[in-house]
Design a protein around this ligand. Structure first.
Ligand code: UD1
Length: 348
């Protein structure tokens, strides 16, 4: 069996890591295609190196562009790669433009497609990721779901028969990395308690007044806030003339994955709009505040571990909230999702 994985953006490299390891253990031929959606070292190469992912076999070098141009560039380039490698399966991950491009290119060439992290829904059609998720699930031959809730969404859309619950591959990496970094010092000097923050989603960065108001709320907190700055946020802050060293904010470069796991474990709380980070906070038992109107990971809301605050106006009071033990302590599986994914590809 030959499997070809298509990845392009930071969270996908993290999802790819345990799949690569599971493919290698099962001695499955595995070709890696990097679309080039993320190209900065800290957004790409560093993650491959830190997580022991082999260098990609192909890099399509699409870079940044509007959604149509970026996705179209990937589609055009993938045809040649798929003609050359002729895999039995194409595996796509998550919800980025690289995900939909991989699924569409493969299915048009009658190559079987498996979607890792299928069935997540925010039900917010204004998010580019939501469109990518829905389209990818419907183009896929095998929908590999991380949670029971995701399985329900797939069934409700008539995709139940081609769906399988495998657990969450990011949980595989997160728990493994937590054990590796335990007791190691942080890459930035902790000066007492700190909150770890990220902010990068288009819904939060594209509107000037909304972004200014979120950053202002964060800057006025009484606890130090270490903000890992995604390139999209850096550009947006420049655009609105907001200095990212204002008040409580301490900007740092995007962290490597192990650094982020260590930082989230050590932080008193997490403020984020990232899907992955709110779930990592839950797994590492750090309270999170998510700056969004909805979450694809509703399990994190259990016990108050994650709370949605789309305007950022309640962050200060939310930091002081009390928490209880989550109802289901392990809704994201047992850390063996990647092995289940490979077995599913072999079986179907
Ligand atoms: C993409 C995903 C999002 C995911 C995020 C993780 C889509 C639609 N969105 O959003 O779901 O949460 O990745 O980071 O695919 N840039 C750089 N260097 C890079 C990458 C990006 O400077 O290496 C800048 C460019 O100015 C670019 C902007 O960031 O225009 C946005 O990058 P893009 O890949 O289009 O979307 P993300 O916001 O990263």
């Amino acid at each position: 069996m030959k499997v070809l994985s298509v990845v392009g953006a930071r969270p996908q490299f993290i999802k790819l890591a345990p799949i690569c390891a599971a493919m290698a253990s099962a001695e499955v031929g595995h070709v890696i295609v990097h679309t080039g959606q993320h190209y900065d070292d800290r957004m790409s190469d560093v993650i491959f190196a830190d997580l022991g992912i082999p260098a990609p076999d192909y890099n399509l070098g699409v870079g940044s562009a509007t959604h149509g141009r970026q996705t179209g560039g990937m589609l055009a380039a993938l045809d040649g790669v798929l003609e050359e490698s002729r895999p039995d399966w194409v595996v796509v991950y998550g919800d980025t433009n690289s995900t939909i491009a991989g699924a569409l290119a493969a299915t048009k060439m009658h190559i079987a497609v498996a979607h890792v992290e299928a069935g997540l829904r925010s039900f917010n059609r204004a998010m580019p990721e939501e469109i990518n998720r829905v389209m990818t699930d419907h183009a896929s031959d095998l929908c590999l779901a991380p949670t029971a809730v995701a399985m329900d969404h797939l069934s409700n859309e008539g995709l139940g028969e081609r769906s399988l619950l495998i657990g969450d591959v990011m949980t595989d990496v997160c728990l493994g990395t937590r054990d590796l970094v335990a007791g190691k010092p942080l890459s930035f000097t902790p000066d007492g308690p700190f909150v770890m923050a990220t902010l990068h989603r288009a819904e939060n960065t594209d509107g000037d007044e909304h972004l200014r108001s979120l950053l202002t709320s964060i800057s006025q907190l009484s606890t130090r806030v270490v903000l890992a700055v995604h390139p999209r946020l850096a550009a947006a802050a420049d655009r609105i003339g907001f200095d990212l060293t204002t008040g409580a904010i301490e900007p740092v470069e995007p962290l490597s994955y192990p650094e982020m796991v260590a930082a989230v474990s050590a932080a008193s709380a997490v403020i984020t709009d990232s899907g992955g980070l709110q779930k990592e906070a839950f797994l590492l038992r750090t309270p999170a505040i998510t700056l969004r109107t909805e979450t694809e990971w509703p399990e994190t809301l259990s016990g108050g571990w994650n709370v949605l605050d789309p305007t950022g106006r309640h962050i200060s009071e939310l930091l002081a909230r009390t928490l209880s033990v989550p109802v289901d302590e392990a809704p994201y599986g047992d850390g063996q999702a990647a092995a289940r994914c490979v077995r599913a590809l072999q079986k179907f």
